[in-house]
Ligand binder design. Structure first.
Ligand code: TRP
Length: 338
């Protein structure tokens, strides 16, 4: 049998996952998992989450399980995918220290993702960023290479981190020998979902997220407050669906025929926004319902979720140990080895 290609990807456990995550990355991960061509590992990056939430230890810990439940509910199948907790793999921390010799501070400061994030996180870091946050690309390189990750499905914002990882790998291999695999990023080519409020992005901090775990009422409420064509005051005013978030969401969640009708009737002033929103809420709800049911099951049985995490982490620990042996041998950090 051909060896399957190792995939390595993950999320910071800072909150429940929403449909932006679903369309942006989860859907693609599930598709890759089910293709049978890959050996996917997904890490819940609790150590990385602490780099900018270092005081919010309870929140990060709580969200480890929340994120795991979202994965399982969305269709990550642990017979095919290994889910593990980053902080339980001490080899990753060790590898991070080794890699820190191979990257300069100037190079980290130039990393576009890190640069943007530091600017956005003035409230956390003030004028001077921590060593840990500035260095998280180094630890992310350890996340990937510790598991011989070949493909890393990520969003566009993560590309500079993968590029930095590749540089570290090349440097390591040129000094210590060809030990590490140079990973490739694959754009998880999902679409970026706008918020119902018209914001370009969906996010927890933006207050416009629809969570995979939202109840029917929560979804209805969110859809009812969606931004529509502001020029449409009366029910029979002619509308412009292109500037209406309800229409945008119909395109994501409604059948082609329905989308066509929505568009035509809106333009002709033959459909009221309230009815249009109700119809959309129903469709979003139908799409999320199976995940909500599955998630509710795991909420009732946290022991199953914890078992999945325990098993995945154990398996990951075995892989990490093997990589570490190769690395230490190459670096001559194996004094007592016979
Ligand atoms: N940085 C990623 C995020 O913000 C999470 C992450 C940590 C990750 N380690 C990784 C992603 C390794 C891909 C590969 O969500």
């Amino acid at each position: 049998m051909e060896k399957k290609i190792r995939i390595l990807t993950g999320d910071r456990p800072t909150g429940k996952l929403h449909i932006g995550h679903y369309f942006g990355s989860l859907q693609k991960r599930i598709e890759m998992q089910n293709s049978g061509l890959y050996d996917p590992y997904i890490l819940i990056a609790d150590v990385q989450a602490l780099t900018d939430n270092f005081k919010k230890k309870k929140k990060v810990r709580k969200n480890v399980r929340e994120v795991a439940m979202d994965y399982l509910a969305a269709g990550i199948d642990t017979k095919k995918t290994t889910i593990y907790i980053q902080s339980m793999i001490s080899e990753v921390a060790e590898l991070t220290v080794f890699y820190s010799n191979l990257v300069t501070i100037a190079r980290l400061q130039r990393n576009p993702t890190v640069k943007t994030e530091i600017a956005q996180k003035r409230d956390v870091f003030g004028e001077s960023v921590t060593y840990g946050f500035l260095g998280y690309p180094v630890s992310q390189a350890a996340d990937i290479t510790c598991f011989d990750g070949e493909l890393v499905p990520v969003g566009e914002d993560q590309l500079p981190l993968i590029e930095q990882c590749r540089e570290i790998v090349r440097k390591f291999n040129s000094i210590y020998g060809e030990v590490l695999i140079e990973p490739k990023a694959v754009l998880s080519s999902g679409k970026r979902i706008k918020g119902l409020d018209g914001n370009e992005k969906m996010g927890k901090s933006l207050g416009n997220a629809i969570y995979l775990s939202d109840s029917e009422e929560e979804i209805s409420k969110k859809v009812m407050s969606a931004v529509t064509d502001p020029a449409r005051i009366k029910k029979d005013d002619k509308g412009n669906p292109d500037i209406c978030m309800v229409y945008y969401y119909h395109q994501l969640f409604s059948k082609d025929e329905e989308v066509k009708n929505v568009c035509e009737e809106c333009k002709a002033g033959a459909r009221g926004c309230v009815a249009c929103k109700r119809q959309l809420a129903k469709n979003i709800n139908n799409a999320i319902e199976p995940m909500r049911v599955k998630r509710a099951y795991y909420e009732e049985h946290p022991e199953i979720v914890d078992e999945v995490l325990k098993e995945g982490t154990k398996k990951a620990q075995r892989v990490a140990k093997q990589t570490m042996e190769k690395v230490k041998q190459a670096m001559r950090l194996d004094y007592f080895r016979k």
